[in-house]
Ligand binder design. Structure first.
Ligand SMILES: NC(=O)c1ccc[n+]([C@@H]2O[C@H](COP(=O)([O-])OP(=O)(O)OC[C@H]3O[C@@H](n4cnc5c(N)ncnc54)[C@H](O)[C@@H]3O)[C@@H](O)[C@H]2O)c1
Length: 255
């Protein structure tokens, strides 16, 4: 895999999957610009501190991002132990806002990779609802729609990962046809990162135990990073509109 001469913007670069992806992409020759609300403690080619929950902060960050962006890795996210509004904003509305503003800077051959989750697997059960949200443009308009159709705290993480998958699927073909830009999702199962404990609190012991016997172990984040790198690279130039599980086979055990 080769990312030489690509400029890649990585959200969530300060921890977990985003940090491992940023390091790997640099090793593979990319120029990596990180974006995170935390302070960067890794070597990058550029860093912008921004809050994806705030569209004004995203717009300000854009001024500091390069004019040409070959790939955008949307990795930042918060667990479902955060308030519903924060999960909606960071994991969905802010991700969309950043992506829509980065797109004009992306040449043909560009790639967008959104990190979803195994917990978004039930998107077909709420497809109409997710398609309706996907069709609503704009951060504020999305928030208004969510006020009209509130999402419960207990399932908000799953809901917005499902919504992200559906948004990716509904946008990808027109992007690819019209612009030659690919958009895909990577769907990790449990990963050893600082938020793994939040997932245990969020899902409850019963679900965690149910999954634990179906897999060898949670992933390490450096087992997810190369898949994101692949989807950013030209090696995946004919892959668009997929939600690729990286879960050690866990999702397949629910079939
Ligand atoms: N860890 C898991 O088990 C797991 C499983 C499936 C999917 N995921 C997804 O993987 C992605 C990465 O998670 P991780 O496990 O590496 O978590 P992490 O907490 O280690 O990293 C998340 C990063 O996102 C940043 N971030 C959070 N809110 C932000 C905001 N408002 N603005 C800017 N940056 C913000 C954090 O500062 C942090 O650097 C997330 O989208 C998460 O939902 C994680």
């Amino acid at each position: 895999m080769n990312l030489a001469d690509k400029t890649i913007v990585v959200t969530g670069c300060c921890s977990g999957i985003g940090s491992d992806f940023a390091k790997l992409a640099r090793l593979q020759g990319a120029r990596v610009i990180g974006l995170d609300r935390a302070d960067a403690t890794l070597t990058l080619d550029g860093f912008v501190k921004a809050d994806l929950a705030d569209p004004a902060s995203i717009d300000a960050a854009l001024a500091a991002l390069p004019e040409r962006i070959d790939a955008l890795a949307n990795i930042a996210g918060v667990p479902g132990t955060a308030p519903v509004a924060a999960v909606a904003r960071v994991n969905y509305l802010g991700l969309r806002h950043l992506t829509q503003r980065v797109l004009p800077r992306m040449p043909a051959g560009g790639a967008i990779v959104n990190v979803s989750s195994i917990l978004g697997a039930e998107w077909p059960q709420r497809l109409d609802r997710h398609k309706a949200l996907a069709a609503i443009e704009g951060f504020a308009e999305g928030e208004q729609w969510l006020r009209d159709f509130p999402v419960p705290q207990a399932s908000c993480y799953q809901y917005f990962k499902e919504a992200l998958i559906v948004w990716t699927l509904t946008q990808s073909q027109k992007l690819f046809m019209a612009r030659g830009v690919r958009m895909n999702c990577v769907a990790p199962g449990p990963v050893f990162t600082p938020i793994l404990g939040d997932f245990v609190s969020m899902l409850g012991e019963e679900r965690v135990q149910k999954d634990a016997v179906r897999m060898k172990r949670p992933a390490f984040s450096d087992e997810v990073a190369p898949v994101i790198a692949f989807l950013c690279s030209d090696a995946s130039r004919w892959i668009s509109g997929v939600n690729l599980p990286v879960d050690g086979g866990l999702a397949s055990t629910y079939v």
